[in-house]
Ligand binder design. Structure first.
Ligand code: NAX
Ligand code: K
Length: 524
């Protein structure tokens, strides 16, 4: 599904209105009705329920006024607080004039009604935030901020119309205070600011509702940014053939490890196996051979020459032998800061003719030598977290965080790579300029080893012949999905990343990607 900023949403609205002739008031009515149905689901019967509506002067306020009408018609006891004294305009004005004739419980102005609001909150069933929507930027004006703070402290169910007031729909930024919603009902598309933190945590449960935007317009719209969702993954994923064999599934390769880090390459190799490959080679400095041998019997372990507990230059040359046996590789997990072998490493990257995932120390060793990426002939996937990305670009983490999409797109295009920029909301940027986000935010996965599993998964999908963008999407999705499934059964604290594999298996199972093998039933 497309993922839009506030500005893009406004452009989309205008296209629906001006080019397709859908009157704005129709969209507003649909938005109000869809919100009304959600509220009925949340509260059950709304008749007799005390619902406070906070209404702003723009179209978000207009949605709130139309919603108030539906709630009143259904028997709810509404109280509508108009947070502005300016006159409404356009569609919001039409809804205001209707509501004025229907209800006396409309209170104009904040300061004079603040006490009434406080008293109303004592036994209210719900507060609806229709103050600001996608048109909001910056910080809440002080008088609105006060209202929002009061409401946030009240013991009441809070629902935001379109987006919580105070959250920037384009960036998720909150300057100081925002409405803390339990539920957000948003229209047409999810918004970038709803999946990026801190905005994400102000939204509560998010419901994306169709308000009759034309499908054709959705397809034509110029934005190339999507949310990774199950539907997309199902489209990409090819079922495993019932007559497949290990050679057809393919063999992957993981290169990494050092005296200091022996677990990381192992987790990456397990990730690769978990993706469904026929088998995986794991190449580590030879002194790790003994400690790792037999830890995971399915992994084909190879020790290569080492120097100071890291891969030696000859080690990198020896990898070429393995390359003929595999279809894709991941390089970097636990590899350490290569000192003597940096040149050999960079030359390996340049000349490796296979799809390659560069992860962890593989990225740290690449900083300052990015031009190597441009010389590669096969696809390259990079999987930095925000810190690694900052190191690659030589800028601060804060800057990467704030400009992640712009920087990610530029980087992918400039270096012709598929960039998986990991954070609580992971972003994928591809050379053609398209962008995907995973609405994650699962602390269970925020642990050492988690990224190693992800890079292994992506390399595993590359091994099976998926295109690099597809492999990145599949890896990121299944990694996140496994985390969600784990969270249904596990506490965030005390969870071991090694336990993610059973949940990965569940994630595949629930998506129905098994071959669907049929049995032969013999006469008994
Ligand atoms: N026709 C449309 O465009 C539709 C709009 N809809 C609703 O309309 C909303 C967008 O409406 P608007 O564009 O009127 O804007 P909003 O209702 O989000 O905001 C109202 C006004 O607040 C002002 N504002 C922004 N930041 C501010 C700040 N920091 N301090 C003080 N004032 C600030 C803006 O200039 C804007 O005029 C959507 O979120 C959605 O709820 C829906 O009704 C569907 C159709
Ligand atoms: K709102």
């Amino acid at each position: 599904m497309l993922l839009l900023t506030g500005r893009e949403m406004a452009e989309f609205d205008q296209k629906a209105i001006n080019e397709y002739g859908i009157p704005g008031i129709v969209l507003m009515e649909n938005a109000a009705l869809k919100t009304f149905y959600r509220i009925k689901e949340i509260l059950g019967d709304v008749s007799g329920k005390k619902i406070i509506l906070l209404v702003g002067k723009g179209n978000n306020g207009g949605d709130g006024l139309a919603l108030a009408r539906h709630l009143a018609n259904a028997g709810a006891k509404i109280r509508v607080f108009l947070l502005f004294k300016d006159n409404f305009k356009g569609d919001a004005l039409i809804n205001f004039n209707i509501l004025k004739k229907m209800s006396e419980k409309i209170y104009e102005g904040i300061t004079e009604n603040l006490n009434l609001l406080k008293i109303s909150l004592i036994d209210a069933d719900m507060v609806v935030d229709a103050i600001y929507g996608t048109g909001f930027r910056g910080a809440l004006p002080p008088e609105i901020r006060e209202v929002v703070e009061i409401v946030n402290q009240a013991d009441v169910v809070r629902l935001a119309v379109d987006i919580p007031s105070g959250v920037d729909a384009g960036t998720g930024q909150v300057e100081g205070v925002a409405f803390q919603a339990d539920y957000t009902v948003t229209f047409g598309f999810p918004k970038v600011g709803q999946i990026l933190f801190p905005g994400r945590k102000y939204c509560g449960e998010i419901y994306v509702e169709d308000i009759s935007f034309p499908e054709k317009l959705k397809k034509e719209f110029y934005v190339r940014r999507w949310l990774i969702e199950e539907k997309l993954v199902k489209k990409i994923l090819k079922p495993v053939a019932a007559d497949t064999h290990k050679g057809r599934q393919g063999f992957g390769l993981v290169v990494g490890g050092s005296r200091a880090y022996s677990g990381a390459p192992l987790l990456s190799a397990k990730g690769c196996l978990a993706s469904g490959v026929g088998g995986v080679y794991l190449a580590v400095p030879e002194e790790l051979f003994k400690p790792l041998a037999g830890k995971v019997p399915e992994i084909i372990l190879r020790g290569v020459p080492a120097a100071s507990g890291q891969l030696a230059p000859e080690g990198f040359f020896m990898l070429n032998e393995l390359l003929s046996k595999v279809k894709a590789a991941v390089i970097g997990p636990g590899m350490g800061e290569l000192s003597e072998s940096k040149e050999a490493y960079l030359s390996f990257l340049e000349n490796c003719p296979l799809p390659l995932v560069i992860d962890a120390d593989g990225l740290n060793n690449l900083a300052g030598h990015l031009a190597v990426l441009k010389k590669r002939t096969a696809p390259t996937v990079l999987t930095p977290h925000l810190g690694e990305m900052a190191r690659l670009l030589g800028i601060s983490i804060e800057e990467v965080k704030g400009r992640r999409e712009e920087l990610g797109k530029e980087f992918a295009r400039e270096y012709n790579v598929y960039l998986v920029l990991k954070s609580e909301t992971t972003l994928i940027a591809v050379p053609a300029g398209e962008v995907w986000y995973l609405a994650g935010g699962n602390p269970l996965l925020a642990k050492a080893g988690s990224g190693d599993v992800l890079s292994g998964l992506i390399a595993g999908f590359l091994t099976q012949g998926y295109k690099p963008g597809e492999a990145a999407i599949l890896g990121v999705y299944f990694h996140g999905r496994a985390g969600e499934l784990a969270l249904e059964e596990q506490a965030e604290n005390g969870f071991f990343i090694s336990d993610i594999f059973s949940y990965l298996n569940k994630a595949f199972r629930t998506l129905g990607v098994n071959s669907g093998k049929k049995n032969i039933h013999l006469e008994r």
